[in-house]
Design a protein around this ligand. Structure first.
Ligand code: MN
Length: 430
């Protein structure tokens, strides 16, 4: 029997923190009441919030220079599910995980689905991988996949994506996320127009294999591994493709996949307007696609993204149904600690956006009161909503302080005993 954190330990740590927490929750309730807000209308909304954990996220990531594996890393999808379940147990923010193929391939998907269910987990979007070659793969993706010059390579990539849909059906998923590394490193290496045509043709074949109630998430990325041009580099290319493919195709926004300084919240607003926002891969960045922990560098930007989302939901934007997932690379931290904290930071941004006075904000905007409008927005961001986040966890059986419980439990140490290191364990980022 593999080690699990006892609920009694959560209760024990919570008991020491309870009095201070209740005092702080009460103080925040009074503060919000003075603004005309009922904390008991907000906390249940936070309880209902969820963000998916990518199965590859529970392994230690790396850079193109090195990977420094931690101890007790999961050696396969079943152990990854254990770690995902632990994140959910303590935070109650991550009821689903997002699998990746072929990294998470197993012989029996019914067994995998049952194991996830037993752990209280569901499956979010399935992710395909045509950005690296697998052992025994007939044709190489070195010069592209869905947009490769040779039809046979494109076909191989399409077939892989169709297989991912088949697997996803067995797991109860409802979406396929496609990110391709296709692009070029030299001006002249490829015809910028022709590769887009090939993308549309290949993606169209994948689209044709989607079940009626499925969605196709197109993920764009500015650069890397292609350093001159990337086929789906930006939200414009992504939107053109999604609109050409049809109503089931939507544009996924990975926060790290933009040039520094780009106004991501405005991109979000445009995609919502077009009815084409698929959802998010949350992470943070300082310079490029750093894949740092969500909220670690620029929590204000994360808040501004959620401000657009809460606004879109409030006005019942047509087709608005974003999927939320973390997508970050943990190089120097315990991945479980990072993912727990990141889920909390994403929920924090959501909660801060929930308490913005939207009627007053609209009035200030109509009156061209620039500073007044800004201060109304800032009032949401500058409110410490930690007590709401903690209370939402507690009401669902999670921990007031997830990292404290996790460390006290000695989870990683227990897993290090259970999971002796193996060579060549897979982990990565998309
Ligand atoms: Mn991503």
């Amino acid at each position: 029997m593999s080690y699990r954190i006892a609920d009694a330990l959560i209760a024990e740590v919570d008991a020491r923190l309870a009095a201070a927490h209740e005092d702080e929750y009460g103080a925040l309730a009074r503060k919000l009441a003075r603004r005309g807000l009922d904390i008991e209308a907000i906390t249940p909304e936070v309880e209902a919030f969820g963000v998916a954990v990518p199965t590859w996220g529970v392994g230690t990531g790396g850079t193109r220079f090195a990977r420094f594996p931690g101890v007790g890393e999961p050696r396969g999808i079943f152990e990854k599910l254990e770690d995902c379940a632990t994140i959910q147990q303590l935070t109650r923010l991550t009821p689903t995980c997002s699998p990746h193929f072929p990294w998470d391939k197993v012989a029996d998907y019914r067994e995998l689905a049952e194991r996830a269910k037993a752990l209280g987990l569901g499956f979010d979007a399935v992710n395909s991988n045509t950005f690296q070659d697998q052992p025994g793969q007939p044709l190489s993706y070195k010069f592209g996949s869905l947009t490769h010059a040779e039809r046979a390579v494109r076909q191989q990539a399409v077939t892989h994506n169709l297989e991912c849909i088949e697997i996803g059906l067995k797991l109860g998923a409802k979406a396929l996320t496609v990110w391709i590394a296709d692009g070029s490193n030299f001006p002249g290496q490829s015809n910028l127009n022709q590769v887009f045509d090939r993308y549309l043709e290949s993606a169209g074949e994948i689209y044709g294999g989607l079940p009626d109630d499925w969605r196709l998430f197109l993920e764009h990325k500015l650069y890397e591994p292609a350093f001159y041009s990337t086929v789906i580099a930006d939200w414009g290319s992504s939107l053109m493709a999604a609109q050409a493919l049809g109503p089931k195709a939507h544009c996924l926004v990975d926060l790290g996949h933009h040039a520094p300084g780009v106004n991501i919240e405005q991109i979000v607003a445009r995609l919502v307007r077009a009815g084409k926002l698929a959802g998010f891969h949350f992470n943070d960045s300082k310079y490029g696609d750093d894949d740092l922990d969500s909220g670690a560098i620029d929590p204000f930007r994360l808040f501004l993204v959620f401000n657009e989302l809460v606004e879109a939901r409030a006005r019942q934007a047509p087709g608005f149904d974003p999927a939320y997932m973390l997508d970050q690379s943990h190089n120097v931290t315990d991945p479980i600690e990072s993912l727990m904290q990141s889920a909390i930071e994403v929920a924090r941004a959501y909660t801060q956006a929930l308490i913005v006075d939207r009627a007053a904000l609209r009035e200030a905007q109509e009156a061209s009161d620039a500073l007044g409008a800004h201060l109304l927005l800032k009032a949401g961001f500058l409110t410490d909503v930690s007590p709401i986040l903690a209370e939402a966890r507690r009401r669902q059986g999670g921990a007031l302080d997830p990292v404290a419980v996790y460390r006290k439990a000695g989870y990683r140490h227990a897993k290090a005993e259970e999971r002796p290191a193996v060579a060549g364990s897979s982990s990565g980022i998309v």
